[in-house]
Design a protein around this ligand. Structure first.
Ligand SMILES: [Zn+2]
Length: 353
């Protein structure tokens, strides 16, 4: 009895883009003030570039940002990607925003289709992705670096890790939310460049507690662990569960020992008859076994019970829970045509005082 390791790959298609570097606000604004100030339509040069775009090139209409590098994502994968944007020396001051859309990475179960996690039915599964976003501003900048948002308060177990789950963020009806708190801006003529780095992980330790199954309820609550330092074969949170299961003296060893004990007992004492008696037998050459039928059955049933309990411990282990969760998520995401995470950069002219 083995828990299969998750090898299925998930193709997370591309992550893209912003076609929406908004300059339409400029036109609207100009309409309002057209009687007064022709300078308003002078130079509007908000632009952005992805990490893989040509060095130094900035694009005003859209940029390519392939968060997952078009690769097949599998459980426990992680990575990072950057993009940069700038005001580009526009003649007017602007506020800007970056909105993220991770609506494809939300709940995968439905009211009709629930998951069974470590033998417990009726569970919800989310795409177990977490993200961390950082912002930097170019050397010698005149404006200040924008503040990255957090959906958490200090009391959340996720707050201090700097990572967030898309499910914890309040998004608009199209699934977009701002990655900043406050309203950052470029002053008029600013050539500052802001670089956003998006770190991502498939990390089920951030999701498994929500199932509230026996394997993760107190005192077994799983600490959310974003560490990507791999000392063994897996990320630390998974390695712990793996060792508990496969390690020396672990759940699998205990099950095998209990199953062997049943076999050993039958090898010495024979098997019970269908009529509820135990056939007479020798336990050594010319040495009849002195145990009664009742004693045989009591010992035999005790060993069977122990083996069943050891089996249940395997099936309800944290490792089984991770594997069930990840397998459900992989299958649900694979069934989709594409899975995207979107970023949209926008700027809006600040009204002159
Ligand atoms: Zn016997």
């Amino acid at each position: 009895m083995k828990i299969s390791k998750i090898l299925m790959a998930l193709l997370v298609a591309v992550v893209i883009t912003s076609s929406n570097i908004v300059s339409s606000t400029m036109a609207r604004y100009t309409d309002v003030y057209s009687g007064g100030d022709a300078a308003l339509i002078a130079k509007w040069n908000l632009g952005a570039r992805g990490e893989d775009d040509i060095d130094g090139e900035f694009y005003n209409k859209g940029f390519t940002f392939d968060l997952f590098n078009g690769q097949s994502i599998k459980p426990m994968d992680f990575g990072e990607k950057s993009f940069t944007f700038r005001g580009g020396g526009s003649d007017v001051a602007m506020t800007y925003d970056v909105k993220m859309n991770a609506a494809d990475l939300m709940q995968l179960t439905t009211a009709e289709t629930k998951a069974t996690i470590a033998t417990e039915a009726g569970q919800d599964v989310f795409a177990p992705f977490i993200f961390k976003i950082t912002a930097e501003i170019s050397d010698g900048a005149t404006d200040t670096v924008p503040t990255v948002f957090s959906p958490y308060t200090g009391s959340s177990p996720y707050y201090g890790t700097g990572w967030f789950r898309p499910k914890d963020v309040t998004a608009d009806e199209d699934g977009y939310f701002s990655i900043f708190s406050g309203t950052p801006n470029f002053s008029a003529g600013s050539n500052d460049e802001v670089t956003i780095t998006v770190y991502w992980q498939w990390n089920t330790s951030y999701y498994i507690n929500d199932t509230n199954i026996a394997a993760v309820t107190a005192p077994h609550v799983v600490p959310a662990d974003p560490s990507t330092e791999i000392a063994g074969r897996y990320l630390p949170y998974y390695q712990d569960a793996y060792d508990e299961y496969y390690g020396p003296g672990g759940l699998l060893d205990r099950y095998n020992a209990a199953a062997n004990a049943v076999e050993d007992y039958l090898a010495v004492h024979g098997s019970p008859n269908a009529d509820g008696t135990w056939p007479p037998h020798d336990i050594a050459a010319d040495t009849p076994c002195t145990l009664s039928d009742a004693e045989h059955f009591a010992q035999y049933h005790g060993l069977i019970l122990a083996a069943n309990e050891a089996l249940t411990a395997c099936q309800t282990s944290l490792l089984a829970a991770y594997d069930d969760y990840d397998t459900f998520a992989v299958n649900a995401l694979q069934a989709r045509e594409s899975v995207k995470v979107l970023f949209r950069v926008s700027g809006e002219q600040v009204a002159p005082q």
